[in-house]
Design a protein around this ligand. Structure first.
Ligand SMILES: C[S@@+](CC[C@H](N)C(=O)[O-])C[C@H]1O[C@@H](n2cnc3c(N)ncnc32)[C@H](O)[C@@H]1O
Length: 276
């Protein structure tokens, strides 16, 4: 099995929902301001997915974690499906922490949906009357190239931070995300780091600002096409001139974390030398 186990422990967040702290990455899966709220405010709502005029909505979720992005999307979708269906594909490297998820509960209908998501961990697939969720296990850098081109109407990009989890923030990984994005697909992420915005631009996306939440800075929205408000000229000039905007690269989509970080440091140093 491609899965590995990682050391995770529960931590409370300010909206009353639980997040997990990862010893491997040295950080929590969600913002301290509210784990479930983050899924709604940073991903589901800004993606605009539920306003699309499509019979079948298709969403790619990168980094299943404990499934809050999937849950928030299902919760909003099932409230008023307008006769449409929803297909979610979620990518996850580690075996989901089923024991911890079993101890997490939500009230009412949200709780019933979360129980459905828990079954996803064992079966890799969960279904409702109008939705399906499938999980592709293993490194997203390997599963993403197997997915159909121009397929998804929204992408939730939710790995750990760029410095801790650089393999899912590279120009090369974003090129693959661009390939599987349908025209007008919106990608959501909590990061506003300069190197992430540069990488998204280089991969072909239109890049704009995403919402902020609590103490966290604004996120980023990226689109295949012109359906997000692009960054203004001053912001784009900063991406061209600031060495910190040097993106991560991983041409083989298989580089080790340390290798990707070192490669960027070298590129940054070269860029500093060539600047006036
Ligand atoms: C911040 S958490 C995601 C939180 C999640 N979206 C939620 O709603 O609970 C990041 C997740 O990305 C996964 N991840 C990190 N690197 C990965 C990789 N190379 N391929 C697939 N998943 C990866 C981690 O195992 C972790 O579960």
């Amino acid at each position: 099995m491609a899965y590995t186990m990682t050391l995770l422990r529960s931590i409370p967040t300010e909206d009353g929902t639980i997040s997990l702290y990862s010893e491997e990455y040295g950080q929590a899966m969600h913002t301290q301001s509210g784990a479930y709220t983050e899924a709604l405010v940073k991903h589901v709502r800004p993606s605009g997915i539920l306003s699309l005029n499509e019979n079948t909505l298709r969403v790619l979720d990168v980094g299943f974690g404990i499934g809050y992005n999937v849950l928030a999307l299902l919760e909003e979708f099932t409230r008023d499906d307008r006769g449409r269906s929803l297909e979610i594909t979620t990518l996850e490297k580690d075996f989901p922490p089923v024991d911890i998820m079993e101890a997490i509960s939500f009230p009412g209908k949200t709780g019933a949906l979360y129980d459905t998501i828990k079954r996803l961990c064992e079966n890799r697939e969960a279904r409702g009357e109008k939705f399906t969720v499938r999980m592709l296990a293993g490194d997203a850098r390997r599963s993403l190239p197997t997915l159909e081109a121009s397929h998804f109407h929204a992408i939730f990009l939710d790995p750990y931070s760029p410095a801790k989890n650089p393999e899912l923030w590279t120009v090369d990984f974003f090129r693959e995300l661009y390939r599987v994005a349908a025209e007008s697909c919106v990608l959501t992420t909590y990061s506003s780091a300069l190197q992430i915005r540069t990488a998204l631009l280089e991969a072909g996306f239109t890049v704009g600002k995403g919402p902020s939440m609590g103490r966290k800075r604004e996120g980023t929205l990226a689109a295949k096409g012109a359906c997000v408000e692009p960054l203004d000229e001053t912001e784009r000039a900063a991406l061209r001139s600031d060495p910190k905007a040097t993106p991560y690269r991983d041409e083989t989509l298989s580089g080790a974390r340390g290798e990707i970080l070192r490669h960027r440091k070298t590129d940054m140093a070269a860029r500093r030398k060539t600047q006036p």
